[in-house]
Design a protein around this ligand. Structure first.
Ligand code: VGL
Ligand code: ZN
Length: 215
């Protein structure tokens, strides 16, 4: 399968939330999360256009279990905008946990999208917050730059990568998840649900080795 998918000038690599808090030792560590760093670095040169996302919460964010007395991390509660999983405090603005992993080498990164910065709304997706209405501006950016398809990598497969990929399709972009450049949280079967949702939305799946050189 090596080299089967050729990437070109209309493709962007979307590197989702490769931050210390999602890596081993972090506040919301994803198993083997740090392993995506080398895979992403190796494939990033195939893309002229790289966009990174950065989970970027204020202290006391509504997605933190600590903001809801009597509730624990990984419980689901009802918010005005729908169900919300509660998380340990993570990616707090200005903390080391919110920084990108220093091992990332992405010289072609031209845009960084911060998300989850509104105190009352979480945002898994790089395109649209968890109220499913508030736009981040990424769709407009990609359109203005003539980018038609996004390849997704990063953390976590079943949350931020998943929602970003589905929303990319909803916005009319092609979307393809690079499986071995992502790692999952897998909370109560969330990875299987995420894969099914992505498949149903027309998201493709490839391995990093399937990507050919930039056209
Ligand atoms: C994420 C949970 C909470 C992610 C971010 O990047 O997948 N998951 N915040
Ligand atoms: Zn978060």
């Amino acid at each position: 399968m090596t080299g089967e998918i050729l990437t070109g000038a209309n493709d962007a690599l979307l590197v989702v939330d490769v931050q210390y808090d999602f890596c081993p030792g972090g506040a919301l560590a994803v198993a083997d999360g740090v392993e995506v760093v080398a895979v992403i670095n190796a494939l990033a040169s195939r893309f002229d256009h790289v966009v990174m996302t950065q989970d970027w919460h204020p202290k006391g964010h509504t997605s933190f279990a600590s903001a809801h007395p009597g509730h624990s991390p990984f419980e689901t509660i009802e918010m005005p905008y729908g169900d919300q999983t509660l998380w340990p405090d993570h990616c707090v603005q200005g903390t080391r946990g919110a920084e990108f992993h220093a091992g990332l080498g992405l010289p072609n990164c031209k845009m960084i999208v911060r998300k989850g910065f509104r105190a009352e709304i979480d945002s898994y997706s790089a395109f649209r917050e968890n109220d499913r209405q508030t736009a981040t501006g990424l769709a407009g950016y990609l359109r203005e730059r003539g980018l038609a398809r996004v390849f997704l990598a990063g953390l976590a497969t079943d949350f931020c990568v998943h929602f970003s990929a589905v929303d990319a399709r909803a916005e009319g972009f092609g979307a393809c998840v690079i499986d071995d450049a992502c790692r999952a949280i897998d909370l109560d079967g969330s990875l299987a649900v995420a894969r099914e949702n992505m498949r149903a939305a027309g998201v493709g799946f490839v391995a990093a080795a399937d990507l050919g050189a930039a056209a």
